[in-house]
Design a binder for this molecule. Structure first.
Ligand code: FAD
Ligand code: MLT
Ligand code: ZN
Length: 520
């Protein structure tokens, strides 16, 4: 018999989606990192502002300090730039004219999408001009036979997916910031997200790009071809380039058919070994219907509980229990085209892993609203980790067997230094939570702090990067390098690789005006 409890029709706890913003108490990046010095770029003058207004119109140029806060501050409230100018073009031609002007006057620029990036890449460090793509948000075309979508880079991911849903298709990327992030920002960051396991990386699904290069030239490869072996595949260079090689203005992307049947199972497990076994079994027994395999530790569920303020899915029958005592949780999603087939497959799988004791407890979704509720316990961890005052984030690829060791090692290190306590507000660190895309070999380690603190930062870095390197991992699985990790790339890439990257950067952008102080 299937030993699953059933989730009640709980309210979908709302805060995931469009992201919250606070009034600024964020320290200037230039003050937090005084070792970083402004480079020899030009200065914005009244003529610059007038020129931009003549290109995009007065209403698309932001100079008011309060209005600029959004563009200067990052999502984690860790970095704050000092830009006095943000420009919001509506066409590729306008982007080209702005970038050409910046090139001629050696003015530094930060391309910005939804500003949901998590490595400080999307905001200025000093007075760089913010080039926001938010005014470029149109769908250009959609081919109903091939599923190829062509759109402006500033289209919000959720809007793209809603449009595709109406046409029976799905965007091949999904992530917690979908209500705010742009598809151009996703490409620039090479975001991975919740369904990479099923749909692969953007390096595979992006078919073409339109990019304004650092001198204003428009590179147009808005292909609708799946196969094209004529020369170097140049678009790949821009995927994951984090605004350092040009401004992405258009995206052509292959979208899969939208699955007709989706199920979620949310499971409690007694050990990390059981998590790995469940993954191995899910791959072979759920096979073609497996679309996501996400992992959360108990501490992450505690944090999500504090944020969502609703009953935990596995505690619903017992209102006295906040979060059950399982050390680990996994969320398994199946997507397919035949509900009866997928239901039967999932049921057989769950029966077998519960009967042999691999999984201790679980619930399955029975309708769309329960499905969304279950996802909030995974997707909500990101914002929940930000609620105490700050978060040091490590987004790591590691071999599965050692993946969770990193979290335990960091907890022990912070304890040795007397820095961590959930209840004692005099300690800077609240807790360390672990969660992530275990199906992709990617874990997120969030060190939740009461405020950003140099002692904590020095205790964590570069220690954490050295540990990852020693264990043959990557210091950035999906969030990128940005400002946070630009000095640490050597922990994941060789000197030869870094030298080649520097060559590419100087070939595209010899003056270094595109998103300086970041990446390399
Ligand atoms: P921004 O944050 O504005 O920019 C990101 C980088 O790309 C910056 O370096 C910026 O300069 C550059 N950029 C932006 N637009 C352009 C453009 N048009 N041309 C050139 N460069 C550009 N990431 C994941 O990989 N997986 C996840 O599951 C995931 N989940 C998230 C959940 C939450 C709640 C949040 C807040 C963030 C999450 N992220 C995740 C991080 C982030 O990468 C994504 O939110 C998203 O891909 C960033 O898109 P954006 O439009 O907000 O870009
Ligand atoms: C996630 O998987 O939730 C994202 O990458 C965001 C995050 O880790 O904060
Ligand atoms: Zn992630």
């Amino acid at each position: 018999m299937l030993m699953l409890q059933r989730v009640s029709k709980a309210r979908v706890a709302g805060p995931v989606g469009a992201l919250l913003r606070w009034s600024s108490t964020v320290r200037l990046t230039a003050e937090s990192y005084p070792q970083v010095k402004r480079l020899d770029f030009g200065q914005i003058t009244p003529q610059t502002v007038d020129f931009f207004k003549s290109v995009v119109g007065e209403s698309a140029v932001v100079t008011d300090q309060d209005d600029l806060l959004f563009y200067n501050e990052d999502q984690m409230r860790k970095y704050r730039g000092q830009s006095s100018l943000c420009v919001k073009p509506k066409t590729t031609q306008q982007v080209s004219e702005i970038v050409k002007y910046c090139h001629e006057h050696k003015l530094a620029l930060v391309p910005q999408g939804g500003n949901t990036g998590l490595v400080g890449g999307s905001v200025p460090v000093f007075d760089e001009i913010v080039l926001s793509l938010s005014g470029m948000n149109k769908i250009r075309s959609f081919d109903h036979t091939s599923g190829i979508l062509k759109a402006d880079a500033g289209l919000i991911l959720e809007n793209a997916d809603n449009f595709l849903a109406e046409n029976g298709y799905i965007f091949p990327l999904d992530l917690g910031a979908k209500g705010s992030c742009h598809i151009g920002g996703n490409v620039a960051a090479n975001a991975g997200g919740l369904r990479l396991l099923r749909y692969g990386s953007l390096h595979g699904s992006v078919l073409g790009l339109e990019v304004v290069l650092p001198d204003g030239t428009i590179y147009d490869s808005m292909n609708a071809l799946r196969k094209d072996n004529t020369g170097y595949d140049l678009k790949q260079l821009f995927i994951g380039s984090e605004g350092t090689l040009g401004v992405i203005t258009g995206v052509s992307i292959l979208c899969p058919a939208r699955p007709k049947a989706v199920n979620i199972a949310f499971l409690g497990l007694e050990s990390y070994e059981a998590v790995q076994n469940t993954f191995k079994r899910a791959r072979s027994e759920l096979c073609e219907v497996l679309s996501a395999f996400e992992f959360m530790d108990r501490q992450s569920q505690w944090q999500a509980k504090r944020f969502l303020k609703t009953s935990h899915p596995l505690a619903q029958d017992d209102p006295d229990v906040d979060v059950p005592e399982y050390p680990f949780y996994v969320l398994i999603e199946t997507s397919g085209s035949c509900k009866e087939h997928d239901d039967a497959k999932l049921e057989t799988f769950l029966e077998s892993i519960m009967e042999d004791g691999t999984v201790a407890d679980g619930v399955v979704s029975q309708d769309e609203s329960q499905l969304k509720t279950l996802w909030t316990w995974r997707e909500g961890i990101s914002e929940a980790s930000n609620m105490d005052g700050g978060v040091y984030k490590y987004d790591v690829s590691l071999p599965l067997p050692v993946m969770y060791d990193l979290i335990e090692v960091l907890r022990a290190r912070l304890d040795e230094h007397g820095l961590r306590s959930i209840s004692d507000a005099s300690k800077p660190v609240v807790d360390v939570v672990g969660y992530g895309h275990i199906g992709d070999g990617n874990v997120h380690v969030n060190v939740i702090v009461r405020e950003y603190n140099k002692t904590v930062e020095k205790c964590l870095e570069p220690y954490v990067y050295q540990w990852i390197s020693d264990h043959h991992g990557s210091i950035s699985a999906e969030h990128g390098l940005g400002f946070q990790k630009k000095n640490y790339i050597g922990y994941s890439k060789s000197e030869v690789e870094i030298a080649l990257m520097k060559d590419i950067k100087s070939k595209f952008d010899p003056q270094g005006i595109m998103n300086p102080y970041k990446y390399l």
